[in-house]
Design a protein around this ligand. Structure first.
Ligand code: NAD
Ligand code: MG
Ligand code: MG
Ligand code: MG
Ligand code: MG
Ligand code: MG
Length: 331
């Protein structure tokens, strides 16, 4: 079993008298900034002039500076920008403002692992990656808990890089839930594979294929939506709570028998072979190159795919149904 580290394994002392700059105030950024502040850390936020997030950060009591100034002021700099803009912002505004002994932090290894950001040799380069979206990182912290996180050291210039990563993880509440050590390579490759093959790509296609099969066979789209999309959450909650066994314990024997006998016909040897191919495209840098070039070209394919997917009939029927679910409405 991999070793987990908890609150007692890390100390916030390494942050005494230090300033942390959170660059970006989106999903992860707002959660890291507010959690660190509540942990007693001196935090500033770096944003581009005119950012809509600036007012939000300021009204939460945070000091907001332009990215370059924040990077210059801070000793620890956490980059929480979208992965595709990190290279430009880093080279133009952060790199010129780094000093020896600073810590550069990331929440995902993409830009370091694929050589888009190349830090100088005299700064520590570490990762603290919560395994959950920002709103959960914030909400669990406020409840006295935390979201589990990964940490990794890419470059240890000061001899303190590993301890500093654990200190940061403690500051955002990660060590309350437990943190696990990894490498930039392992985090990057597994994160990309998980989101492409299972969590986002695999699941979205599975839901759509099931929905389309029922609708094309003449069933009501509303029923297809319930069976193939809505109930996913109920099943996933059980899986997360107690593994596949707990889920299978809770469903009917009819469903359980269908699971064992039909599931393997959906995820076939061809699917597994394709998963392996997707993994090797990640490992070879082919996916990274494609994503970087797509962004450099102004995202033409990305924007077209986003529009086409938003027009899928499952989104239409979903919008109508969800409007009727009083229990889904946000408080
Ligand atoms: P996000 O898109 O929610 O927020 C990005 C922030 O950067 C926003 O405040 C945006 O206004 C700002 N921004 C965009 N362009 C900018 C620019 N040119 N200059 C200055 N600021 C700019 O991003 P996110 O989802 O929080 O992701 C941040 C990092 O965290 C990424 O490396 C991501 O892989 C990682 N991560 C995200 C999650 C998640 O669940 N969202 C989980 C783990 C790790
Ligand atoms: Mg998005
Ligand atoms: Mg992930
Ligand atoms: Mg990811
Ligand atoms: Mg059912
Ligand atoms: Mg059962």
């Amino acid at each position: 079993m991999a070793r987990m580290y908890y609150d007692s394994d890390a100390s916030l002392d390494l942050l005494n008298g230090k300033t942390v700059a959170i660059i970006g105030y989106g999903s992860q950024g707002h959660a890291h900034a507010l959690n660190l502040k509540d942990s007693g850390v001196n935090v500033i936020v770096g944003l581009y002039p005119g950012s809509k997030s600036a007012a939000k950060a300021e009204s939460a009591g945070l000091k907001v500076l332009p990215v370059a100034e924040a990077a210059k002021t801070a000793d620890w700099i956490m980059i929480l920008l979208p992965d595709e803009v990190q290279k430009t912002v880093y080279s133009q505004e952060i790199a010129p403002n780094l000093s020896a002994g600073n810590v550069l932090l990331f929440a995902h290894g993409f830009n370091i692992h694929f050589g888009q950001v190349v830090p100088p040799a005299d700064v520590d380069v570490v990762m603290v990656a919560p395994k959950g979206p920002g709103h959960l990182v914030r909400r669990t912290y406020e409840q006295g808990q935390g979201v589990p996180a990964l940490f990794a050291v890419y470059q240890d210039a000061t001899g303190q890089a590993r301890d500093r990563a654990m200190t940061y993880a403690k500051g955002i509440g990660g060590t309350r839930a437990g943190v696990l050590e990894t490498t930039f390579r392992e985090e990057t490759e597994t994160d990309l594979f998980g989101e492409q093959a299972v969590l986002c790509g695999g699941l979205s296609e599975l839901i759509k294929a099931g929905f389309e099969t029922l609708v094309n066979a003449g069933y009501q789209p509303e029923l297809a939506y319930f069976e193939c999309l809505h109930e996913v959450k109920l099943i996933v909650d059980l899986v997360v709570e107690g593994g596949l066994a707990t889920m299978r314990d809770s469903i009917s024997n009819t469903a359980e028998y269908g699971d064992y006998t039909r599931g393997p016909r959906i995820i076939t040897d061809a699917t597994r072979a394709e998963m392996k191919k997707i993994l090797s495209e990640i490992q070879s840098g082919q996916f990274a190159r494609e994503f970087v070039l797509e962004n450099q070209a102004g995202k033409p394919g990305f924007i077209a795919m986003r529009r086409q997917e938003a027009e899928h009939p499952i989104e239409e029927v979903g919008k109508e149904l969800r409007a009727m679910f009083s229990w889904l409405k946000k408080a």
